[in-house]
Design a protein around this ligand. Structure first.
Ligand code: G4P
Length: 531
């Protein structure tokens, strides 16, 4: 492998930012881009107006632009690194794609609102990161507002998420009394100075050594005393930084800051880029494939249908896992056993799309899908036949019965739901006994119901009725030969099968899952299915 290729791959950092809505993910992303020089003013990534749009606006946006506005990968250079941030849609557009995006990231940044702590959506996304054993970095945001006690926040992360934490810096006060952060390695205090919202990249840095006699005056007696007490407590009780544990996803380095006021962002980026890894090897049916391999390979982790009726194409998002992608060369799609050229490979940004000629392991590109790709497919060079490990199917949380209004159009209806399900936005199930005559749809985020209805009507000419079902939990039965009719205490659940006849159960709450397990010894249930 050439030095140039190795260097390109080594300098790549591909990560996702996970958080509960409103914790500050968009603001933080924007500040990263400001540092990288990719944008000039804040507010240009994805305005609030877009991220909180109503369904109808969303449809309009999709139609106008021909692709989801939420599908974005932001690439920029900073300090010699080439950074790819994978967007994880989080508001109403939270969907299975959000989970799948994490399958393409090498690490994750978890943004937590300092006044709220660990929230529901963070927990869900965090679980996927843990499943993959990728490094997780924590940014505790909004320190300029009244925050919860820092020790309490760390405790909550450890207890609720089950990961050890290691604060890299430590806040001095919060809200109106927020004075800055103490760096545990350099033993310097950076004084808090807010930078105007859309403005300059960084505030003039004011740093004090913790031994500086002026520090007391700067932060006040009370916070000064408190800082020393807390440093002592931290040094005695918290986990030490250990790169190996960070790499395995067992220890999360923690940073405090304020994205809105651009405080603590540069420090975070600098530490993070050093502590996180360049593209990782990925498992395949022929063993792990090293990114530094000479040959190009990648896998599809997301498929986005075009909402524009005039263009029935789809865009497949591919994570490049090894070597260099060269748009002029033939590639091989392992699942269809076809050699092809990928037409118009592009980099997809929040605002626009750019045709690219080459990309490297770690990058994510969008490729036109004439309807042949499925989620998890492997694309590589002709001559190779290995397949990357599949992407799991994650548990949907909302269910409805889907009834076609025109019984003459049953065939169109099935074609439509099957195709849309293949793209991965929805999952379809059939009744355990009635089979296909009762179709049940499951989604991770409710917006997908509207998208489904809209698409069935507009693309397949099928009007449908959706009857909501009172279940929020689905579990795969680990042993597919289990006869669900023979289980005890099953009356509370709904029995279904997927399209491959694997048995599943729908539950209204966690309590009914527990009861079922208690009354059926040996029964094993899972909340995702390995593909
Ligand atoms: P999200 O992508 O995680 O959903 O969060 P986003 O960045 O959109 O931030 C949610 C709200 O929190 C925004 O306010 C944003 O300005 C604010 N925010 C983010 N980081 C900080 C911070 O460090 N300090 C303070 N004080 N606020 C922060 P909004 O009023 O909902 O939107 P906007 O009108 O400001 O755009």
């Amino acid at each position: 492998m050439s030095d140039q290729l190795r260097n390109e791959i080594e300098r790549r950092r591909t990560f996702a930012i996970i958080s509960h809505p409103d914790a500050g993910k968009t603001t933080l992303t924007e500040k990263f881009l400001l540092y990288g020089g990719a944008i000039n003013t804040a507010g240009s990534v994805k305005g609030k107006a877009n991220s909180k749009y109503a369904v109808s606006d969303w449809m309009q946006i999709e139609k106008d632009r021909g692709i989801s506005v939420t599908s974005s990968v932001l690439q920029f250079n900073y300090d010699g690194y080439c950074i790819n941030i994978l967007d994880t849609p989080g508001h109403q557009d939270f969907s299975e794609d959000t989970y799948r995006t994490l399958m393409a990231a090498d690490s994750a940044v978890m943004v937590i609102d300092a006044s709220k702590g660990v929230e529901a959506q963070t927990i869900k996304l965090f679980k996927v990161c843990v499943m993959r054993h990728i490094p997780i970095f924590t940014f505790i945001n909004k320190m300029d507002l009244e925050a919860r006690d820092s020790f309490e926040l760390l405790d909550e992360i450890e207890k609720v998420l089950g990961i050890r934490t290691c604060p890299i810096n430590w806040p001095i006060g919060s809200g109106k009394r927020f004075k800055g952060v103490y760096d545990r390695e350099t033993k310097n205090v950076s004084k808090f100075t807010a930078v105007s919202v859309g403005g300059a990249k960084s505030a003039a840095k004011e740093e004090f050594s913790v031994d500086d006699p002026n520090l007391k005056e700067e932060i006040g007696d009370e916070l000064y005393e408190q800082l020393f007490e807390e440093i002592e407590l931290l040094d005695g009780a918290s986990d030490e930084f250990d790169q190996e544990l960070v790499d395995k996803g067992e220890l999360s380095p923690v940073f405090f800051g304020s994205a809105l006021t651009t405080f603590g962002i540069e420090t975070f980026l600098e530490h993070f880029l050093k502590m996180t890894q360049s593209p990782l090897p990925r498992e395949s049916n022929e063993g792990a494939i090293d990114p530094m391999n000479d040959f190009f390979s990648g896998f599809v982790f997301k498929i986005q249908a075009n909402m524009n009726k005039a263009h029935h194409d789809r865009i497949a998002f591919m994570r490049i896992c090894s070597g260099k992608f060269d748009a002029t060369k033939d590639v091989y799609h392992v699942q269809s056993k076809r050699k092809m050229k990928l037409s118009q490979p592009q980099q997809i940004m929040a605002q626009d799309r750019k045709i690219i000629e080459e990309a490297y392991a770690g990058d994510v590109i969008g490729i036109f899908d004439p309807g042949i790709f499925s989620i998890g497919d492997t694309i590589t060079v002709p001559g190779k036949k290995f397949e990357y490990e599949g992407i799991p199917t994650f548990a949907p949380e909302h269910f409805c019965r889907l009834v076609p209004l025109d019984s003459m159009k049953k065939k169109q209806f099935m074609k439509g739901v099957t195709q849309i399900a293949q793209e991965g936005a929805i999952q379809i199930f059939q009744d355990y006994l009635l089979g296909m005559s009762e179709i049940i749809v499951g989604v991770v985020g409710v917006l997908q119901f509207d998208v489904l209805k809209y698409r069935l009507e507009n693309e397949y000419g099928c009007d449908v009725r959706m009857e909501p079902l009172p279940y929020n939990y689905i579990r795969w039965v680990k042993d597919p030969t289990t006869d669900l009719n023979k289980l005890s205490r099953i009356s509370d659940c709904k029995k279904v099968k997927d399209m491959k006849d694997n048995p599943l159960l729908l539950f209204a709450n966690e309590w009914s899952i527990r009861i079922l397990l208690e009354h059926n010894e040996g029964l094993e249930l899972t909340d995702f299915r390995k593909n």
